[in-house]
Ligand binder design. Structure first.
Ligand SMILES: [Mg+2]
Length: 405
């Protein structure tokens, strides 16, 4: 049987733009000329490519980052979970650190950005923006070499990636905040919803439950015991990120596999869950945690602890494609989140090349780089829609006190 990735490589050639084709061929010529000189083979053959500009765009509730080079190769990345105009301003400021740099030195530039402000090292706003820049750098590197990013990361370890949400795989949410309560009136509707979802997807379907950090720990322990018969794949976000002592307490009392990580950033944010053995499934978000570069490292850390990944993703098809590039090289992966129904971004803005299969999986993105095509001409139309404007959540419990979710 023909290797599907070989077929993808063939169709990829058709997708090369004239600019990236010329640049890629120039680099390949360098390779053949250096065959008789082993020392030349260890040099960075992409040394002539340089970053010339960075542009940021608000696109609905997201920000898209576009990095241009002197080789007419362009890379795209997506910022999510952050006020988009703040993201655009921060990305444009960070261009000072990228101007004239070689975009194929992805790890070096990640370090340069993350460690740029003395010992601040990240924080959510910075790391979300670095995530998008990292995606754009990998996009450029892939296009420069004429390869999908997953090839540069070691090649695919699977033929397809299992995903949700679809008719046979559904994640149930909390339906809002839950003040501390042991009342059946408060717990029974959640149990009923999970039970009905299990009945709807059938015994061969997948049910997940996202507690959104919105259910107090004692109440969550009660709820978890009540939903045990419905065989859910994981119970997500049982507690506020980073509160390791609460996670340890919940892990001792809840039999359902616990998952978290969407609001944790970098290897340094993830490792306490692993070291304290208080999580069963890790859910890094490529657009929150530091981009493809950090996803790849987090997967390796988790693999050492036999903890699989279920990547969180509420990006448009741009960020989903970036996350999939990493997911295809992760050896230990359960399922990948994605929403392709247009509620996060209208169709036509970022255009995926991966295919959605009938069996609940997606194929790898095709073409060089991230394998996604961004249509800038759509941005204005998206921004004209008042429903697609970022608004700060204004969240309170019924008694007026503040809540996170
Ligand atoms: Mg969640």
């Amino acid at each position: 049987m023909a290797d599907p990735h070989t077929k993808a490589a063939l169709s990829r050639r058709k997708l090369l733009t004239a600019g990236s084709m010329a640049a890629g061929l120039a680099m390949l010529a360098d390779v053949s000329h250096s065959q008789d000189n082993p020392a030349a083979n260890v040099e960075d053959r992409g040394t002539n490519i340089q970053i010339t500009s960075l542009k940021g765009f608000r696109v609905g509730t997201k920000a898209y980052i576009k990095i241009e080079t002197n080789r007419q190769i362009t890379g795209w990345g997506e910022v999510t979970g952050l006020e988009p105009m703040v993201a655009v301003a921060l990305a444009q400021s960070l261009f000072e650190l990228l101007d004239g740099e070689n975009p194929t030195r992805v790890e070096y530039l990640w370090q340069k950005l993350y460690r740029s402000h003395r010992d601040m090292r990240g924080g959510p706003f910075m790391t979300h923006v670095i995530s998008a820049i990292d995606m754009a750098l990998w996009d450029i590197a892939g296009k420069a070499w004429g390869l999908p990013v997953y090839r540069l990361l070691g090649g695919p370890v699977r033929d397809k990636v299992r995903y949700y949400s679809h008719a046979k795989a559904h994640k149930v949410g909390t339906g809002g905040p839950h003040p501390h309560s042991g009342d059946p009136r408060d717990i029974e509707p959640l149990v009923k919803n999970i039970k009905q979802t299990r009945e709807r997807v059938g015994p061969d379907g997948t049910v997940m439950f996202d507690a959104h950090c919105a259910i107090p720990p004692a109440m969550l322990i009660q709820l978890a015991a009540a939903i045990e018969p419905y065989d859910i794949l994981f119970l997500e976000e049982p507690a506020v990120p980073g509160n390791i002592e609460v996670f340890k307490r919940l892990k001792e009392s809840i039999k359902i596999p616990l998952a978290t990580g969407e609001r944790d950033r970098t290897i340094w944010g993830m490792i306490p869950y692993l070291q304290e053995r208080c999580i069963d499934i890790l859910q890094p978000d490529c657009a929150h945690t530091g981009g493809i570069s950090q996803m790849h490292k987090i997967a390796t850390l988790a693999e050492a602890y036999m903890v699989p990944l279920a990547p969180h993703c509420t990006c448009s098809e741009l960020g989903v494609s970036a996350s999939l590039q990493a997911a295809f090289v992760v050896p230990f992966l359960v399922i990948h989140e994605m929403y392709l129904d247009g509620h996060l971004m209208p169709p036509g803005v970022a255009n995926k090349t991966f295919k959605v299969l009938d069996d609940g999986h997606v194929t790898a993105p095709e073409g060089p780089g991230l394998g996604v095509h961004v249509d800038e001409s759509q941005f204005e139309k998206v921004n004209a829609d008042p429903k697609r404007k970022f608004v700060w959540p204004k969240l309170t419990l019924p008694d007026g006190s503040v809540r996170d979710y």
